[in-house]
Design a protein around this ligand. Structure first.
Ligand SMILES: [Zn+2]
Length: 809
């Protein structure tokens, strides 16, 4: 056979045979089988195989060409992405890396749909995590450092971790903005912090901020008040102690079960259920607290559970959430038994200074020897735990600043209803959380490496003064920006507390869109188009953002919310250092490359679902890249035909299949579900296009048949476009070499109306091909050998192609 196509160069290497998984013997039928006959043809795709080393060369090329550069003056419609600011802490979790790869796919999808995409890379550098790193390294508690020194240490530590994270983000090919300081951001920069402060000042001016002395969740290890959203509950074994009280008026014994005997000193009341016949007669009497010379009133209340323990309960400040509610409801005066360092206070008597657990052990011993302890049993107790330090939290009353949230829950619900969720069912996570919110949000923290609360207090009258928005304020070191107070006082003292870091994170969308910084941009981009985020931070990041932006803007924060699942190990278990099942993303990426990783992240992760991470699965995905390269390299031998009026039946057929593929992928892209396009394109190329169609038409292609050349290139080009958001490296390299430009400046393909076909011959063609392959194999013939068989009447339009493909005689 001689080729009608004019060779440009001499081929120097044979076209490699695709290696496949080996399970699908059909796939072994390769288009390169007779490559040796075509030595005078040349592939435009010069490299014999796809190699991971091409990835970083391409990445640098994209950056130098400014291919993803955001143009704020663009005439296109804008699409702003509120990229989750990465929290740099040690090695990046491989599940998170997969998550960011998918977020990059959302950005690329929108670019290829004609939007001007605002896609910042960003780091969330404020917070307790980095403080704990410094405390641990220098073996000193933060309050033992000089404040500025501690801040400097935090900054230098986080700089180190940040650069590793940024490097990794570039390795996976993120098309985000890393350089332009008006887009890229860090939450600990003066620029970002001034915006956090400005939003606080705005909330202050609207009366949403108040100070109160009330019990809050307090983490003894973090040394600060924390919010409801920062705790989780765990069933933990604990001892239930039956303790002997004496009724003052009658002298009789009253047995009360408690898990917190160390709080006896803070007991204010004894409750029984109003229906409980056993105790009605005690109404209004008093019970003497064991070990303490004090008696408290006995009263009926529905909070007492008749079937729990003896049916009598003691109310202390504060054992749990119920205690807090009852103190409020019964107007009891709280007693502070535990201080900010989680040690017992004066009121505990001899236990003063002991940590809570030690005090509990000591008081139990003392009651045992005094004969006051009747019984002990181990029960499972639902214990609130600090999300960060995993320490059981305490309820301690402290003076804190609060942001109102209970008054805004309906607004948050209404905003949730106005946003499109991907997947739709994950909206419920937000709604469920809103239903469970019970207290306003304590926003002040006793830490250092955070955004400062911009308040100064008048030294004479104590009034809190808030400066005008716009600047970055550090009241702990800056001079007050006021001359005098209404009272005439001229001296001020700066607030030394800082904000909960969610105060920063909850306004990231405003910052991205240019709030305060660039009003023209803000007009064009707010509400932000997309919030991509993990399922685990719906109750914090998404909830607080919806609350805060709703308060400030009276608007939903986002058009769309995309929620991903969690990355687990290959057995479906959470990855942790202690379990030894952590997979290092650096290792995986250097072994298999970013493209295999990305294709895995798209094709094996269904939207919103948890996913298992295994090296084998990731490496397996590089097989498809090899396949794609080989198909492209084969097609690249042939001249590109842009148009063809007279299509052969086989070409019409595959173009109708291409149409369906484009339609299915578009639906997947609409839902930001990359599982769909990745699997659809792979299936199409691997099972339909390469082994069936290409084999059928290559005899025509070698002769330079216009219809075949047009179709081969059209299918390749559109497949590359369809895959470009998922596999940006390999598709771009092929596109540049074969079509002379970057695929990343292309649009996603659209179906062509004239190509659609109601009844497709696909099943008949596939069945016929399989049958012939099988018969040849059974007869011990090579697939290239001549064979005697009839093409059925139903496949008559494809007769010539099928006869040539199978060398039928
Ligand atoms: Zn004053």
């Amino acid at each position: 056979m001689t080729a009608a196509v004019q060779p440009k160069f001499l081929i120097t290497q044979p076209i490699p045979r695709t290696t496949t998984a080996g399970s699908d013997w059909q796939a072994l039928v390769q288009m390169a089988s007779e490559a040796s006959d075509k030595k005078n043809m040349v592939a435009k795709l010069s490299q014999p195989r796809w190699e991971t080393k091409f990835e970083q060369e391409l990445f640098e090329k994209w950056r130098s060409e400014g291919i993803y550069r955001f143009d704020r003056n663009s005439g296109k419609k804008f699409f702003a992405i509120d990229t989750p600011p990465v929290y740099p802490s040690g090695t990046w979790h491989i599940g998170a890396v997969a998550h960011y790869a998918a977020i990059d796919m959302t950005a690329r999808t929108q670019r290829m749909r004609g939007f001007e995409v605002l896609f910042p890379f960003c780091l969330d550098r404020n917070g307790i995590n980095i403080e704990l790193v410094v405390e641990k390294k220098f073996k000193k508690h933060l309050h033992e450092f000089e404040r500025q020194e501690f801040i400097d240490l935090c900054r230098s530590e986080i700089d180190k971790i940040s650069s590793e994270i940024t490097k990794l983000a570039k390795t996976i090919g993120m098309s985000a903005e890393f350089d332009d300081k008006s887009i890229y951001y860090e939450t600990d920069s003066p620029e970002y912090r001034r915006i956090t402060q400005a939003t606080f000042i705005e909330a202050w001016n609207r009366g949403y901020v108040f100070e109160d002395f009330r019990p809050s969740y307090y983490c003894p290890d973090c040394g600060t008040t924390i919010a409801e959203a920062e705790i989780f509950y765990e069933e933990k074994p604990t001892t239930l102690n039956d303790v002997k009280f004496i009724v003052e008026e009658t002298g009789e014994e009253l047995i009360i079960a408690t898990t917190r005997p160390e709080l006896l000193c803070a007991c204010r009341a004894i409750l029984y259920h109003p229906d409980d016949e056993r105790y009605r007669r005690l109404d209004g009497m008093h019970a003497k607290i064991p070990l303490y010379d004090r008696a408290v009133e006995i009263m009926p209340h529905k909070a007492a559970q008749m079937e729990f323990g003896t049916g009598i309960m003691m109310i202390c400040s504060y054992g749990d959430q119920t205690d807090i509610q009852l103190f409020r409801e019964l107007s009891l005066e709280p007693i502070s038994a535990i201080d900010e360092r989680a040690r017992m206070t004066e009121v505990s008597g001899k236990y003063k200074g002991l940590k809570v657990k030690a005090a509990r052990d000591a008081i139990i011993e003392d009651m045992k020897s005094a004969g006051l302890l009747v019984k002990q049993e181990t029960i499972s107790h639902r214990t609130p735990i600090c999300e960060r330090s995993k320490t059981p939290i305490e309820f301690i009353a402290m003076k804190e600043w609060y942001l109102k949230q209970l008054d805004f829950l309906d607004d948050v619900r209404a905003a949730a209803d106005k946003m499109t969720f991907h997947p739709a069912r994950h909206k419920q996570i937000l709604l469920d959380w809103i239903d469970g919110v019970t207290i306003d949000w304590p926003i002040s923290r006793r830490r250092y490496y955070h955004t400062e609360i911009p308040i100064w207090y008048c030294k004479s009258c104590g009034k809190a003064h808030v400066p005008p928005p716009g600047k970055y304020y550090r009241p702990w070191k800056d001079k007050a920006p006021f001359d005098k107070c209404e009272c005439g006082g001229k001296e001020f003292v700066g607030e030394d507390r800082v904000f909960d870091t969610w105060m920063d994170s909850s306004i990231s969308a405003l910052n991205v869109c240019g709030y305060i910084r660039d009003e023209a941009l803000f007009k064009k981009t707010f509400p932000c188009s997309l919030r991509p985020q993990g399922r685990d931070i719906v109750r914090t990041w998404l909830y607080y953002t919806t609350l805060r932006i709703g308060q400030l803007m009276q608007s939903k924060p986002f058009e769309q919310v995309w929620i991903s699942g969690m990355g687990l190990d290959q057995f479906g278990k959470k990855m942790s250092k202690s379990k030894g099942n952590v997979v290092d993303p650096n290792e995986v990426l250097s072994k298999y490359g970013a493209e295999a990783f990305r294709f895995w992240a798209a094709s094996e992760v269904n939207i919103g679902e948890d996913f298992r991470i295994s090296e084998d699965r990731i490496s397996g995905n590089s097989k498809f890249l090899t396949k794609l390269w080989n198909v492209a390299r084969f097609i690249s031998m042939f001249e590109v035909k842009e148009e063809c009026r007279d299509l052969a039946p086989s070409d019409r057929w595959i173009l109708s299949e291409l149409n369906d593929l484009i339609g299915a992928c578009s639906k997947g892209y609409d839902d930001l579900n990359f599982f769909v396009p990745s699997n659809k394109v792979r299936d199409f190329i691997w099972n339909l296009f390469a082994p069936n169609y290409i084999e059928m038409v290559k005899h025509r292609a070698y002769k330079g048949d216009a219809s075949a050349l047009f179709t081969l290139h059209r299918v390749l080009r559109d497949s590359l476009r369809l895959l470009a958001p998922i596999c940006p490296f390999i598709t771009d390299m092929i596109f540049r070499e074969v079509y002379g430009r970057s695929v990343h400046r292309e649009m996603l393909p659209q179906p062509v109306k004239e190509w659609s076909m109601e009844a497709k011959p696909t099943e008949d063609i596939l069945a016929f091909n399989s049958q012939i392959w099988k018969q040849k194999k059974d007869a011990g013939l090579s697939l290239n050998s001549e064979f005697k068989a009839e093409v059925p009447a139903s496949l008559k339009p494809f007769m010539d192609d099928l006869r040539a493909m199978h060398r039928l005689t």
